[in-house]
Every structure is written in C-alpha cells, then in structure tokens.
Design a protein around this ligand. Sequence first.
Ligand SMILES: [Zn+2]
Length: 191
Amino acid sequence: MSKLYSMRQHDLNRFHKKYRIAASGCWEWHARLNQCGYGVFVVGHSRAYLAHRVVYAHLFGELKPKQCVLHKCDNRRCVNPAHLWVGTQADNVRDMIAKKRHKPRTPQHGEDNPMAKLTAAQVAEIRRRYRPRKITLAMLGEEFGVSQATISMIVNSKRWRRNGAEAGSKRCSPMKPGLKKWSEHDRRTTE
Ligand SMILES: [Zn+2]
C-alpha cells in the first residue's frame, strides 16, 4: 500500500484555497465533488483522494483502507478536521441510519457489506471508468469512498453482480458479462 496522504507544503497551500468557512463552522469544499457530494483533492499531479480523508490523515496519521472518516456535522463537503472522526464501515452505516441518510433497498444489504455504500449506477460507472494505469483502483476507491479491494471486486464483477441480481432494483443496470479480468499485471501496476 502506497503512502496516500503525504501532502507537501505545495499541496497544503492548494488545499487551503479550496474550501470556505461557513457560518456553521464547516469548511465547505468549493472545488470538485464526487457523485456522493464529497470533496475530491488531487495530491501531487495525478492521484485523486477524498478531501476530508486527506486532511484527517495529514493531521492524525495514515488511514487504513477500512477506516472511514465520518462527519459529525453530516455535511459531506466539510473538511474541518474538528468535524471529522474515524470509524469503521459499520460505524458509517450506523451513523447514516441514526441521521436517516440511508435509502432503504430491498433486500437490505448487511452492514459489513462494503458494497452497501454504492448504488448500481455507481458500480456501472466504476466499471466504465476503470482504466489500468490511468484511472486506477486506488483513485476510484478514494473517489467513491470505498476500499481498493471493493473496487477490485466490482471491476472483477463478483459480489456486486450477485447482490445486484438479488436486489432486482430498477436502479440496477444490466450487468454485462465478459468484463475485463483482473490480472497479476494490473495488480502490480495499480497498487
Ligand atoms: Zn462540518
């Protein structure tokens, strides 16, 4: 696993120009947002990360892929470190339910299912955009707020296809067979 969040002074200066402090105390990201409404920040020249994860890791240390950085303020574009806390995916789901942000799906996905955060449309988009060495698993993972392993699974079309089929939701796009197979070569070049 590479060092994701080593921001140099140059990155830090850029970071501080990309949010505005709201009356609520939130530092609201005014640069690019991902589909879920989280700020996206490019560190160095090419790697895109979730802005709130970047600032948290910068201040408090490297995050493990399964650690979620959650918002106390429930404002997804907020990057104020004082409004952030770190938890697991299960904490994230509990927090979402407590704040009634979740959209019920049928059947309910388990809390520990890393796919629970993604809609079928997002899964389709991840598959469409994935390009080895250009748009990597790590970049997509950051953008969609899930682990690299989850993205790998999606690209490989394993669990999601089954769950998507079970869900039978109208939001599910047809799952195309014959998706690109994950190779050892891709693994070496994207991690
Ligand atoms: Zn906030």
